[in-house]
Design a binder for this molecule. Sequence first.
Ligand SMILES: Nc1nc2c(ncn2[C@@H]2O[C@H](COP(=O)(O)OP(=O)(O)O)[C@@H](O)[C@H]2O)c(=O)[nH]1
Ligand SMILES: [Mg+2]
Length: 198
Amino acid sequence: MSHYPEAQFIKSANAPGQFVADVGAEVAFAGRSNAGKSSAINVIVNRRQFARTSKTPGRTQLVNFFSLREQQRLVDLPGYGFARVADKMRRHWADLMADYFEMRQSLRGMFLIVDIRRQLTEFDRQMLGFASTVGLPVHVLLTKTDKLKRGQAATALLEVRRELNDAATVQHFSALSRLGEDEARAKLEEFLTDTDEQ
Ligand SMILES: Nc1nc2c(ncn2[C@@H]2O[C@H](COP(=O)(O)OP(=O)(O)O)[C@@H](O)[C@H]2O)c(=O)[nH]1
Ligand SMILES: [Mg+2]
C-alpha cells in the first residue's frame, strides 16, 4: 500500500513563472543524475514508477512538482552528471536552482541523494550551498548501500558525516533492499510538518 495514496504528479517547470502556487509545505529532492533519486522517491512514496526511474526524456532538466497530500508536495529537482554538460545548460540549471531556493516560501527541507560509492561530488556541494544560503535543513540519503560490504558502508557513512558536520543529517539507504525507508519517511514527515520557521 502506498504511504501517500493521494500522491500524484502535478506539473513540470522550466522557469519560475511555471512553479506551482507557493502555499503549504514542500520538500525538494536533489541528486546527481544516476545517483538513484527516482528510485529513492519511488520507495519512500511506495509506488513503482511514481517518479520514473532513469531517463524520462525532457523531464530530467525540469523542476517536477508532485502532490503528496493536500498542500504537501515533493519536488524532484533536476540533476546532471557529466562534465561535458554544456555551459549554457549548466548556467540555466544554476539560475533555475537559485531562483527556486530563494523564492519558495513553502520549502521546508531538502533530501540530497548520494551514491554511497561516490561520496559527495561537486554537484552535491553546489546543492548544499543553495540550501545553506537560505538556511534550509538537508537530509542526505547515502543510497545503493547494498552495493558495499557492511564495513565499507559504515566507513563511508562516517566519512560523509564528518565532512558535513552540522550541515546535514545522513543515513544509509537502498532502493533495492529498502534499507532505511522508514527513517527516510520519518524525516520527510518531520520536514513537511515543521512549523517553527518562516
Ligand atoms: N543496487 C542498487 N541500484 C540502485 C539503487 N537505486 C538506484 N539504483 C539503480 O541506479 C540507476 C539509476 O537510478 P535512478 O533512480 O534512475 O537515478 P536518478 O537518475 O538519480 O533518478 C538505475 O539503474 C537503478 O536501478 C539502489 O539502492 N541499489
Ligand atoms: Mg531520475
